[in-house]
Design a binder for this molecule. Sequence first.
Ligand code: HEM
Length: 167
Amino acid sequence: MKTNYDKFLQIFSVGSLCVLFSLMTLGGYVSSSGVGLSCPQWPLCPQGLVPSYEFIIEYIHRTLAATTGLVVFLTMAFVLRGRNSLKSTKIFSVIAAAAVVGQITLGAIVINEKLHADLVTAHLALGLILFSSMIYVVINIFYTNQKLKSQNPASLSTPDHPSNVNL
Ligand code: HEM
């Protein structure tokens, strides 16, 4: 059976964006409800991997951050592997992966520095850079697939068998 790699990439990147969106929305709740320091240690909360009611929101924020880190990195790997990926898609997937590493590191610093306003602002700003980069990657993947499809409906490729259509 032929693997439709481009379609897979489309679905996976949208899934990654949804996980990131949930994380950033939850981050807003962590900030506005003042539970940012309910987990004073890093990387684990006081009871290790066991979630507890007092720090459940911050616990979910961290768990989702780890999941986001994984899926953003996988998105980058899949984009770099895809033979139909545009150069700009590759560049922005690498930017997103770098931003996710920076964001997770900054999250830890935010806790260590007891929610210093400058650092929380930087955490929001870097989150926005990450989110914008991922949106760009997703839109580019859709654009590429659409263009391939309109030029040759049978052209969506497997990673090892690129389409010959010129983008
Ligand atoms: C990809 C990873 C992450 C993203 C995209 C992200 C995103 C966000 C966003 C958008 C906010 C709301 C900021 C605001 O409203 O000003 C937030 C808040 C926060 N994040 Fe993250 N975050 C990430 C990882 C982490 C990690 C790993 C930690 C800690 C270990 C962390 C700790 C916090 C804390 C403590 C707050 C609340 C700050 C406050 O009370 O004002 N974040 N995050």
